[in-house]
Write a protein that binds this ligand. Structure first.
Ligand code: FES
Length: 133
């Protein structure tokens, strides 16, 4: 069984309801989406031509790419539309702890530490949390 590697991403309120935000870990950009009752995360790179999925529109548990409207399932990373596409993105496990979104990055080939994560969210919030614990 693979060992999970959880990192703290941001406060839940920094990702508005039914919107996505992106963050970068090493070379991998990840889109994190607020579905209301949970957060889902996939690679932020549309399998069609690399569109930024975090800027797409959430539809159910899927996101519609802002470039050419491919539809990606946020739970599995699979392409739902067009239906004849077998491409799949990596989907990351998430959880919430004390109002903070955590992401399991054990699937990433990276040796980078949490401090090297660049995030379009508000990393300073995480700094506040770190010093508070
Ligand atoms: S880049 Fe996403 S649908 Fe074309």
């Amino acid at each position: 069984m693979k060992q999970q590697k959880w990192i703290r991403i941001t406060n839940c309120e920094n990702i508005p309801l039914r919107e996505g935000r992106s963050l970068k870990i090493g070379e991998c950009e990840i889109g994190v989406f607020n579905l209301g009752d949970r957060f889902l995360a996939v690679e932020n790179r549309c399998p069609h031509q690399g569109g930024p999925l975090a800027d797409g529109i959430i539809s159910g548990t899927a996101v519609v790419c802002p470039l050419h409207a491919w539809k990606i399932d946020l739970e599995s990373g699979a392409v739902l539309k067009p239906s004849d596409t077998t491409n799949c993105l990596h989907a990351f496990e998430t959880r919430i702890e004390d109002g903070i979104v955590l992401l399991d990055i054990s699937g990433l080939e990276t040796t980078r530490s949490e401090e090297e994560i660049s995030c379009s969210l508000t990393p300073q919030d995480l700094e506040t949390q770190k010093t508070a614990t």
